[in-house]
Design a protein around this ligand. Structure first.
Ligand SMILES: C[S@@+](CC[C@H](N)C(=O)[O-])C[C@H]1O[C@@H](n2cnc3c(N)ncnc32)[C@H](O)[C@@H]1O
Length: 353
């Protein structure tokens, strides 16, 4: 009895320490970069255009100096590095809160800034700068980098490309998809190159220039997917039709809004297929929708597939974890789902099928 209670106190203490460590890590967004995104073509071009070889490069959130090492491994050079961090994790890094006192006089900045969503900070009781209008620390950090440096390369969440921020400076956005390997014995994809050791958050590399004259080029690793505005043209017109009601228990249309772990499987379906599935008001994955007309489910699914193929899923939110086909799992948000359903209605009204 005595031993059991000592053991459980010990376990609780360890759990508390681990949670505290995790919270500290989250509060400063301390996930160091391990994978190397700097070998890909668009970064190599950016390095050339920014004349990296002749520059003293800035890493304002340097952690343990992984980025200078990764640049070196990618066979790229610069004159020198100046590195800062609020909590230096390696020798030679200057201690500074660069979010409030950003270093001046640098033209080129290569970084992976701290990431922390405001709602996650609030939920966990973590500090978040009050003065910023941004909903994530990485956007605030990026703003500082772009205000102070002409050329900025930043490893940031993949979701950034849907935020519409800083597009006048963005030349390229690369969705970094980890390389996977599937064997006969192991049907689940084995990730062979992850960007971080301790999180599977979907990652992108954003490349900014002092003046951008053309549309943003969007890439998946080394494959160019297209220009952002061109890809956007494949989306249906936005809809504000509030007669289409999501999360309605008696709805006449079902929607499985997230991919499974195997393939691109988001689809509309008959509500009966969802059987007794209890619809929750905040659910964002499986729902029933009330649509005030007869829906053509096959046509909706054809539209959905065409949009996914033509846009390469750039406007669908990526999930942690990869599908068996090596792509990120995606979610269809209600805004785009509404536009797809309403577009269908407009076409029926006009007699276009
Ligand atoms: C996501 S980590 C990335 C570290 C490094 N850039 C890398 O790629 O490995 C973000 C880093 O930002 C640092 N950081 C967080 N808030 C900071 C602040 N206000 N000023 C300076 N550094 C900060 C953290 O200590 C952490 O090392």
């Amino acid at each position: 009895m005595y031993i059991t209670s000592r053991l459980s106190i010990y376990k609780t203490t360890i759990q508390l320490i681990l949670k505290q460590k995790m919270d500290e890590k989250r509060a400063n967004g301390r996930y160091y970069t391990c994978g190397n995104p700097f070998q890909i073509k668009p970064f190599q071009r950016w390095a050339k255009d920014s004349d990296l070889e002749q520059q003293v490069a800035l890493e304002p959130f340097a952690g343990a100096k992984h980025i200078p090492q990764l640049i070196d491994t990618a066979q790229l050079k610069c004159q020198d590095w100046k590195t800062y961090d609020i909590e230096p994790g390696a020798k030679g890094i200057l201690q500074r809160d660069t979010l409030t006192d950003f270093p001046k006089g640098f033209d080129v900045c290569i970084t992976n800034p701290p990431w922390l969503a405001r709602n996650s900070a609030t939920r966990r009781g973590l500090p978040f700068p009050e003065s910023t209008k941004y909903n994530d620390l990485y956007k605030y950090a990026l703003d500082q980098c772009l205000t102070n440096c002409g050329w900025v390369a930043a490893i940031i969440p993949e979701a950034f490309i849907r935020s519409g921020l800083f597009l006048d400076r963005l030349s390229d956005f690369i969705s970094i998809v980890p390389q996977t390997h599937i064997t006969e014995q192991n049907r689940e994809p084995k990730v062979t190159s992850n960007m971080f050791k301790d999180t599977e958050h979907p990652v992108g590399l954003a490349l900014f220039e002092p003046n951008v004259n053309s549309d943003v080029r969007v890439w998946r690793n080394n494959q160019m997917l297209g220009k952002l505005d061109e890809l956007r043209k494949h989306l249906p017109l936005p809809s504000s039709n509030r007669n289409i009601v999501f999360n309605e228990q008696d709805g006449n249309l079902g929607l499985i809004a997230i991919d499974n772990t195997v393939s691109a499987s988001i689809r509309f379906c008959l509500p009966a297929e969802l059987g007794g599935y209890k619809i929750r008001s905040h659910c964002r994955s499986i729902t029933k929708i009330g649509v005030p007309w007869d829906v053509d489910i096959d046509m909706l699914n054809t539209r959905l597939t065409t949009i996914r193929e033509n846009t390469y899923d750039v406007f669908f939110t990526a999930f942690k974890g990869l599908r068996r086909d090596g792509c990120y799992r995606r979610r269809l948000d209600w805004k785009l789902a509404r536009a797809i359903i309403d577009g269908d209605y407009s076409q029926l009204k006009l007699g276009i099928t």
